[in-house]
Design a protein around this ligand. Sequence first.
Ligand SMILES: Nc1ncnc2c1ncn2[C@@H]1O[C@H](COP(=O)(O)OP(=O)(O)O)[C@@H](O)[C@H]1O
Ligand SMILES: [Mg+2]
Length: 266
Amino acid sequence: MTCFDGAASVGGGREGCQIVPARESKNAAKAAFIEARSVRKSFDGVPVLDGVSMRVSGSETVSILGPSGCGKSTLMNIITGLIPADGGDICFAGRIGYMQQKDMLLPWKTIMANVTLPRIIGGADRREAEAEASPYFEMFGIEGYENKYPRELSGGMRRRASFLSAFLISGDVMLLDEPFGALDSITRGRMQRWLIDVKRKVGVAIMLITHDVEEAILLSDRVYLMSDKPSRVRDEIEVDFFADEKSRRLLSPEFMEYKKRILDSL
Ligand SMILES: Nc1ncnc2c1ncn2[C@@H]1O[C@H](COP(=O)(O)OP(=O)(O)O)[C@@H](O)[C@H]1O
Ligand SMILES: [Mg+2]
């Protein structure tokens, strides 16, 4: 089944979800998107995802907001092909990068070696990968730390290094699983503003998981609210105020209106 012209990956209907192994479509030049349709997944007979559909495209930022354990990470693992679904379809165009919930930096490798590792595993030459990564260290706020080890960086800097690593292999669509979840609130606020800024410069599509209502409103163009497991999309909310100046959202009256709307819906 071909569900879109330009989609690289389609599922196999009722028999299960089939995903191409490389998370890169041949149509990277086309408008990038990911679409999950009616994705179902059980673990040991316990249903977790009960027909979840969502999409992200172009340069929008979409948040997935839902209670702990409802299957948010599972959905991203399915989208990126790490685990199979029981049913549904995943369609995408473009290159997908994935920053997982836990810190994947290897403690015995330098930041440069960590950041370029996925590119090198993907077949890139080490020098080429380093030359490609170098100019981004400044934008990602970790310049001067190329030869340091993860333990020498703050939590926020480690997250930015992970983000850069995922960005270098994606370029089109980024999946971020609770990117700022483990950070203190001051660092978290700085990282959110930083993400808005970097996003404007690099123009990727972002799908991010959060359990923080305010973070979802601040960063998103759209928010998917998920129910408890077996989970479905309970609501989809367009967030369309200060779309081009998201950092102004926090102090605006609309912010509280959206917060109330989301809390009422959860
Ligand atoms: N590999 C696995 N084996 C068994 N159960 C799992 C596995 N991965 C996730 N689960 C279960 O699926 C549910 C959803 O997990 P997860 O996707 O991590 O939730 P979230 O990211 O929304 O907090 C949880 O109940 C979790 O225990
Ligand atoms: Mg999770």
